[in-house]
Write a protein that binds this ligand. Structure first.
Ligand SMILES: Cc1cc2nc3c(=O)[nH]c(=O)nc-3n(C[C@H](O)[C@H](O)[C@H](O)COP(=O)(O)OP(=O)(O)OC[C@H]3O[C@@H](n4cnc5c(N)ncnc54)[C@H](O)[C@@H]3O)c2cc1C
Ligand code: FES
Length: 531
């Protein structure tokens, strides 16, 4: 999804509008000083904030207002209307705040507040429990969760030393983009870093890129780095993410065979594109299919090999899987389903069936495995992920875990879950940071992810490992639909295409356990899909 430069539309708020144009709880997009502004009325109070999401430029006027917050329709970031702060990832920067004045029965936006700070945390300097703030914090893994945690520690007013150690030589970057616009050649390099150059220095976080933590001494409260360096910590956050599952195929180590996890991986694939005409993608995972779409955008011939009957049926069910397959086929992708690769040669992939697919480039996307060995070797309890409590604290007090590795007690399903989503990792990093400071805030977020295939974005809120029916509102083929994944009378998750507002409403309903609202968004059909 591309960032947008929003042309100011709607009324000029500097000229003022009639108060009667804004009913309680309603919002209006206009502009002031040439910038898009969202004006919101809550009771007698009026708020004005920037109307463009600081993540990828989503139109906040098309989102929803919930209390004193606005949620972005594209990837569900949430901003405070009062302070402009980015309360929930994936947005990391605040939106600007504007001054609003009531003059008689008119409302005017009179200028921008200066000094809105990304660190204007709502709890800044406030200690909400009797747990003392730590003397120092070390974060292992500078990805989605690690970056979000380091930032949140400072936003919450923590002034002690924070060290962010990351095995990746690049500072934190927008990993989801690596298989999408960046790989497709439609996102410039400057979109990829999560932060401006110098940001960590500015907020006083010591970042140690290209360094792997090899061991944790939980008694001495010390981590040992690959270069021999050690760092002591008072509290520790583990955010080591996942690595791609490697296929032990003959030829799997050839130079034209790639996995995609890091920026370096994505760059290597792009470098290889020069003379390549034919690509084989092994695995119809999210990453596999996004790679297929990006390589088609680059004009390569793309074949996808996968063992399942339909791509992503296990996540989305039969009908959406059928649509996704047809969508890719309409863009020229050739599927080889219910097939696996047997071997790779420098110019071809041979399938178990004996079929030979010519290939100048092979990308393997068959899933990921969480990096839990560091925790395990340190004696931290690992069971299908690093086990954490509702505050994201592991079995060792003072050591927290977040992101792909964390298995947490999900209050919505009532079961422990581990999830590999960008937004979940960032929000866990943010909540872990607050709990490192003793805030005792349970992690109750409803999981959210998005996936992009050509011009079709798919959003998904909730978590449905299993379901006994799928109800559809709208039309999947018309790319205008909501799908409810249900177990008995419970809606566990909702997927959507081009139903951004309804996806946000579903998220709110799932947060509030409001099954009736979910039923009215997606009524039970007489004949539902069963799988
Ligand atoms: C190409 C791609 C596209 C994706 N697209 C989407 C999407 O569209 N939507 C979505 O929801 N999710 C998407 N994901 C998944 C999402 O990126 C992950 O769920 C998320 O990054 C997990 O965050 P994390 O902080 O747990 O781990 P990561 O972001 O992977 O960060 C972990 C970091 O820890 C480092 N590390 C590991 N071990 C050590 C160690 N011992 N010492 C020091 N550092 C260490 C790693 O180098 C890595 O940089 C995508 C993933 C990929 C690879
Ligand atoms: S554009 Fe707003 S959350 Fe992504």
């Amino acid at each position: 999804m591309a960032a947008t430069e929003n042309e100011p539309t709607g009324p000029d708020f500097a000229q003022g509008i009639a108060l009667s144009q804004l009913t309680d709880g309603s919002s209006l997009v206009g502009h002031a000083d040439g910038e898009p502004v969202l004006l919101v009325r809550r009771g007698d109070e009026l708020f004005a904030v920037g109307a463009t999401c600081t993540h990828y430029g989503g139109p906040l006027g098309e989102g929803i207002i919930d209390g004193e917050t606005v949620r972005c329709p594209w990837h569900h970031a949430c901003f405070s209307l009062r302070t402009g702060e980015a309360l929930h990832a994936p947005a990391l920067r605040p939106v600007p705040r504007w001054r609003v004045e009531r003059r008689g029965d008119r409302v005017h936006v009179t200028g921008r507040h200066e000094g809105v700070s990304a660190r204007a945390g709502t709890n800044a300097g406030r200690v909400l429990s009797d747990v003392a703030e730590p003397e120092s914090v070390v974060i292992v893994g500078a990805g989605a969760a690690g970056d979000a945690a380091a930032d949140m520690l400072r936003r919450e007013g923590y002034t002690g030393p924070v060290t962010l150690v990351g095995a990746d030589p690049s500072p934190p970057y927008d990993r989801p983009n690596l298989s999408k616009d960046y790989l497709a050649g439609t996102a410039p390099e400057e979109w990829i870093p999560l932060r401006d150059r110098g940001y960590y220095e500015e907020i006083g976080v010591t970042i140690v890129p290209g360094a792997r933590v090899n061991a944790i001494d939980t008694s001495a409260r010390r981590v040992a780095l690959s270069g021999g360096e050690t760092h002591t910590f008072d509290r520790l956050l583990l955010a080591t993410g996942s690595d791609p599952v490697r296929l032990p195929l003959p030829g799997g180590e050839l130079p034209h065979v790639f996995y995609l996890r890091s920026l370096a991986d994505s760059r290597s694939i792009i470098e290889r594109l020069g003379p390549a005409r034919r690509a084989v993608v092994i695995g119809a995972s999210f990453i596999g299919l996004e790679v297929a779409a990006s390589l088609r955008t680059r004009g390569l011939e793309v074949h996808v090999v996968a063992p399942e009957e339909r791509p992503m049926e296990r996540v989305f069910g039969r009908e959406l899987a059928r649509f996704i397959q047809a969508l890719h086929e309409s863009h020229g992708v050739v599927f080889h389903l219910q097939q696996t690769a047997a071997s790779i040669a420098p110019d071809a992939v041979t399938l178990q069936s004996g079929e030979v697919l010519p290939a100048d480039l092979v990308v393997i996307g068959v899933g990921v495995r969480p990096n839990v060995s560091l925790a395990q070797e340190a004696g931290i309890v690992v069971d299908g992920g690093v086990v954490v409590d509702e505050y994201l604290e592991t079995s060792v007090p003072g050591i927290f875990a977040a992101g792909d590795i964390a298995r947490w007690p999900d209050p919505h399903s009532g079961a422990p879950i581990r999830i590999e989503h960008w937004v979940v990792a960032q929000r866990q990093g943010q909540v872990a940071a607050r709990n490192i400071l003793g805030r005792r805030e349970p992690f109750t977020t409803v999981p959210f992810f998005w996936s992009q295939h050509y011009d079709v974005p798919i959003t998904y809120v909730g978590h449905a490992a299993d379901w006994d029916r799928i109800d559809v509102a709208g039309s999947i083929d018309e790319r205008d639909c909501l799908l409810a994944y249900r177990h008995g009378d419970q809606t566990l998750a909702v997927a959507g295409i081009h139903r951004d507002r309804d996806s946000l409403l579903s998220e709110l309903a799932l947060e509030r356990h409001d099954q009736e609202a979910l039923l009215s968004l997606i009524p039970r059909a007489e004949a539902a899909q069963s799988s």
